[in-house]
Design a protein around this ligand. Structure first.
Ligand SMILES: Cc1ncc(COP(=O)(O)O)c(C=O)c1O
Length: 442
């Protein structure tokens, strides 16, 4: 793979942009963070002209593929009408109405530009609504990079503490201990532990926030009864249940993971798939809670909130996803399912411990020892052979298939059978390379 131009751009970028990247999440790419020039449908091209079948899809927003025509057209129309007004547009009503129609918990919605912001709004609202301080979050879940929630995403296991009494570990230098002071961090998928915590501290808990599928550590599903138990405990103790559906929203079902699992939270955050690649996020939920923002004592603000071109993109994306009873989303699910099944078959044929798990159209491909215990939370996910998973990713990139370095694959409505066939051919070649290396080593 030729990366001369990307290398030159990277050197230039490093002079004026710290690390040469605008989000630390992009640092993890080898041999260097590549530069991209164009994307269309399921494909993306880098600065050196290399073409990839893209399963990164902007880390999720491009559920409709790169440059979806209807989103672009809707945005263009709005660009001609005006970029922003610091005032309302009908577009935001239409997007909120659409969300109310599709998502079980949404009776009202407020908009922002990033998932982190909407999570921030959710936490503030939950504390304002309950008059309580403590928020329960789960180890290994990602809810954005803000100081009051970015804790224990990837704690080193030797510092994480006992399961029932985890140590608070910030994600970044510069976070103050006070910012995490009102967080309780628990391992996920452990209902008895959550029950215990509620039994002891139930009166002080404002909210429980969870990814309903643990996408950011390998697309781990909730164990049967876990989300239901969480719902029950929150209701019994007067705490709010917040689903962070920034990845799952409008993707695993039109109504998100809450619809898929039949568990309705009080509040939910959305971004990524809701706007076809435009910068939009949303907080939605029960009207009696959301109304607090309208009473103005609880502040939610932002110059770019409900930005008209972004709202036009969101409306176009949601309309397209939901027309004909979600026909194109069903097609993306079928494509992802076919891909997952074929990958499973490859996994059965190789002696390498290839593991596929997830909920279409987002799934995780990694290497896990054959005798590994079930992966149900952050700690058990650490059994992953990260070095081999990373090598698999790098070889796939060399073979024109782009997935996230940690092994998460997103499938779009633009992926076709030909993409799947080409991807599987690349996977077979890459597995053969890795098998040969393993044999040579032993
Ligand atoms: C579940 C979840 N919540 C929140 C966020 C933060 O969203 P953003 O990067 O738009 O701030 C992310 C980002 O990946 C996410 O996956």
């Amino acid at each position: 793979m030729n990366s001369e131009k990307s290398e030159a751009l990277y050197r230039r970028a490093c002079r004026v942009i710290p690390g040469g990247i605008s989000s630390n999440v992009r640092a993890n790419w080898s041999p260097l963070p590549l530069f991209y020039t164009r994307g269309k449908g399921s494909r993306v091209w880098d600065a050196d002209g290399n073409e990839y079948i893209d399963y990164v899809l902007g880390r999720g927003p491009l559920l409709l593929g790169h440059s979806p025509a209807n989103v672009i057209q809707a945005v263009q129309i709005q660009l001609e009408q005006g970029l922003m007004f610091a005032g309302q547009t009908e577009l935001e009503i239409l997007v909120a109405e659409k969300m109310c129609e599709l998502v079980p918990c949404v009776e009202m919605a407020r908009f922002g530009s990033s998932g982190s912001e909407s999570v921030h709004a959710a936490l503030r609202l939950a504390r304002a609504a309950t008059g309580r301080k403590t928020v329960i979050r789960f180890e290994g879940h990602y809810h954005g990079w803000f100081g009051n929630i970015a804790w224990n995403f990837a704690p080193p296991l030797d510092q994480a503490g006992p399961r029932e009494c985890t140590n608070l570990i910030p994600s970044s230098l510069g976070q103050l201990p006070e910012e995490g002071a009102h967080l309780l961090v628990l391992p996920w998928n452990d209902l008895p532990l959550l029950e215990n915590v509620f039994a002891i501290r139930g009166k002080e808990i404002a909210a429980v926030i969870t990814e309903p599928i643990m996408c950011n550590w390998g697309a781990i599903r909730p164990l049967p009864g876990f989300l239901e138990g969480m719902r029950r405990l929150c209701s019994e103790h007067g705490a709010l249940l917040i689903f962070d559906e920034v990845i799952t929203g409008f993707r695993v079902a039109l109504g998100g993971a809450q619809q898929l699992f039949g568990v309705t939270p009080d509040l939910a955050t959305f971004a990524k798939a809701m706007a076809g690649g435009m910068c939009v996020s949303a907080l939605g939920g029960k009207a009696d809670v959301m109304r607090l923002f309208g009473e103005l004592k609880t502040v939610h603000a932002g110059t770019y909130n409900a930005n008209p071109p972004a709202m036009a993109g969101a409306l176009a994306a949601l309309n397209l996803l939901s027309e004909n009873d979600g026909a194109i989303l069903k097609k993306a699910h079928a494509t992802a399912m076919a891909l997952m099944q074929e990958l499973e078959e490859i996994a059965e044929r190789t002696f390498l411990p290839l593991m596929i798990r997830g909920v279409p159209p987002v799934f995780h491909v990694s290497f896990l020892p054959k005798d590994a215990k079930p992966v149900v939370d952050y700690r058990s996910a650490q059994q992953t052979d990260f070095a081999l998973t990373r090598q698999f990713w790098m070889e796939l990139q060399n073979h024109g298939v782009r997935v996230t370095p940690e092994g998460l694959w997103f499938v779009s409505t633009a992926h076709r059978e030909q993409d799947v066939d080409q991807t599987l051919a690349a996977v077979v070649e890459v597995i053969a390379i890795l098998e040969k290396e393993r044999r040579n080593k032993s």
